[in-house]
Design a protein around this ligand. Structure first.
Ligand code: HEC
Length: 205
């Protein structure tokens, strides 16, 4: 008997005999399927991926420090900071230094901005307009009365810890540069949270 004879069942003869050999009766919307064997290379690849996945997960996400992309990023960021901070030494978080970086060395505010975006934006929003924490772009302040007061709040926290203390988490230069960056936010007030606290004078007064 001709191997191709079952092709007539499906009303087509343009398929090769190999393709027709395993054709299924089921033809939804006229689409016919071949019940071919899954190729061995495909099965090997499938089993290999399944075996590889837990090993990969444990190695990179198993909690060993230094392996995740985030860990590597922070350690590179730290190294970069150290290199850049060699240029400026260790800064003191006093009024004169913060005003100097605010008014005369704005190129360094980018470091403060990066620190702010990474650590503060969750509570004060990316543009400083405030979310959980107050709006940092307006003239009303709860704890801060002068520019060095910003660094003081950063170092020690405020509001019984609702504003965390950053003294042990940030480099001293990051405190100064972030304080200068926060001070600079007042140049572009945004309509975020409404005013809280008292109205204070310009940073330079
Ligand atoms: C977990 C949320 C949270 C994070 C993260 C946070 N803050 Fe705050 N921050 C607050 C809250 C809440 C207050 C207000 C505390 C109060 O009401 O007494 C505050 C207050 C402040 C103040 C004083 C504002 C004023 O009106 O006197 C400054 C300045 C400030 N934060 C800056 C920062 C900076 C810079 C960072 C990042 C290094 C940061 N905050 C991270 C929640 C946060």
């Amino acid at each position: 008997m001709n191997k191709n004879s079952n092709a007539t069942m499906t009303g087509s003869s343009d398929l090769s005999s190999d393709q027709n050999a395993n054709i299924l009766d089921h033809a939804p919307d006229g689409i016919r399927t071949n019940d071919n064997r899954v190729p061995t290379w495909w099965k090997i690849l499938f089993v290999a991926s399944v075996l590889f996945a837990p090993v990969y997960m444990l190695f990179f996400h198993g909690g060993m420090p230094g392996r995740s992309v985030h860990d590597q990023y922070s350690s590179h960021l730290g190294e970069m900071m150290e290199v850049r901070f060699k240029e400026i030494g260790v800064l003191t978080a006093d009024r004169q230094t913060i005003l100097e970086y605010l008014n005369e060395k704005p190129e360094w505010l980018a470091v403060g901005k990066a620190t702010y975006q990474a650590n503060c934006a969750t509570c004060h929003s990316a543009d400083g307009g405030g979310l959980v924490g107050p709006n940092l772009t307006d003239d009303h302040w709860k704890h801060v009365r002068s520019v060095e007061g910003i660094a003081n709040v950063l170092n020690n926290g405020a509001g019984n810890g609702t504003m965390p203390a950053w003294k042990n988490r940030l480099h001293r230069n990051q405190i100064v540069l972030t304080a200068a960056y926060v001070a600079s936010l007042r140049n572009n007030p945004v309509a975020g949270k409404g005013p809280e606290g008292v109205e204070i004078a310009d940073w330079n007064e």
